[in-house]
Write a protein of this length. Structure first.
Length: 315
């Protein structure tokens, strides 16, 4: 159904870019989905040689049927939804400090607006504390980086975060768009606390490339690290998503790190007797919402567009 909706919006707007903005997707993702649809049908639906775009004869036929199918499906959704009791309950989430307070606050607020009878509780802890809370069922879900195959815990991959060098505009590293890791040798940097998984991964990354930066300060909180960068004039390495707004406003400079370094983030939940733990309806819905708006198929630009669109719709 999503592919049909994508095609319908492209056809209505006669533009991939406008449809992408409406859907909260990237233009390339929209174009790829329409292209896959055309290959599956074996026909060209959209004439891309003209501006604005136009439907081919096959596209016109498909558009008529597409609208009919979607109208009937959406009517059916409304009928079924009307028979389902309102979602209610509580979702307990424990997350590491660097999971992204802005992201999780937005997810929490948006989910609660969509489901007024559900309360989402988010608490921030150290990785080992998140794991223990999940294992002991003191929370429903945990969000951690570099998730492992822990005992009694299952992992659901959430996203891969691209790590970047972050500094203020006066720093010597701020001159270029890319920086080789070798240029960090001997440079003072602010790092994650040494016992955190991300810190261990970064130490291995530096070791693999024969680089020894000078660690001046260590913190477990991304927001604290960003503040420290601004106050000290030193550099750090953070997930790009966590500094995108500061970079766009010019508060901080972001430089691509080569070779690329990524940080996997996952959702963990308890497993009993070798089987996944049964979630309440509220928790299942929250997982779906989290994966849709901050999951593996959502890049930074898509997340921002989706967030802005939902905020506007709910204002």
């Amino acid at each position: 159904m999503q592919t049909l909706r994508i095609f319908r919006d492209v056809a209505r707007h006669r533009s991939f870019s406008t449809a992408a903005e409406t859907l909260g997707m990237t233009q390339s993702a929209v174009s790829q989905r329409v292209g896959q649809l055309e290959r599956r049908l074996g026909v060209t639906l959209i004439d891309r040689s003209v501006r604005p775009l136009a439907l081919t004869s096959s596209g016109t036929v498909f558009m008529e049927g597409c609208c009919d199918v979607l109208e009937r499906y959406e009517a059916l959704e409304r009928r079924v939804t009307a028979t389902v009791p309102a979602l209610e309950g509580q979702v307990r989430v424990d997350a590491i400090y660097s999971a992204g307070i802005d992201l999780l606050n937005w997810v929490k607020a948006s989910f609660e607006r969509a489901h007024p009878r559900v309360r989402v509780r988010v608490e921030y802890k150290r990785p080992d504390e998140v794991y223990e809370a999940v294992r002991a069922a003191r929370c429903d879900l945990g969000i951690v980086s570099y998730p492992q195959r822990w005992r009694d815990v299952s992992v659901l991959g959430l996203r891969e975060e691209r790590m970047v060098v972050v500094c203020d505009s006066s720093h010597p590293l701020a001159d270029g768009d890319r920086i080789d890791v070798s240029q960090l040798d001997g440079i003072e940097i602010i790092a994650f606390e040494s016992d955190l998984p991300v810190a261990r991964r970064m130490r291995q990354y530096f070791k693999d490339h024969g680089v020894k930066p000078v660690i001046s300060n260590m913190f477990d909180n991304v927001d604290t690290m960003k503040t420290a960068v601004s106050l000290t004039g030193q550099a750090t390495i953070l997930p790009y998503r966590t500094v995108k707004r500061e970079a766009e406003s010019g508060v901080l400079s972001v430089i691509e790190l080569v070779p690329q370094l990524t940080r996997p983030v996952g959702v963990i939940h308890t497993r009993r007797n070798g089987n996944a733990h049964r979630f309440s309806r509220a928790v299942r819905k929250f997982i779906d919402f989290l994966m849709k708006h901050a999951g593996p198929d959502v890049d930074v630009e898509q997340f921002d567009a989706s967030r802005d669109r939902l905020v506007t719709d709910q204002a």
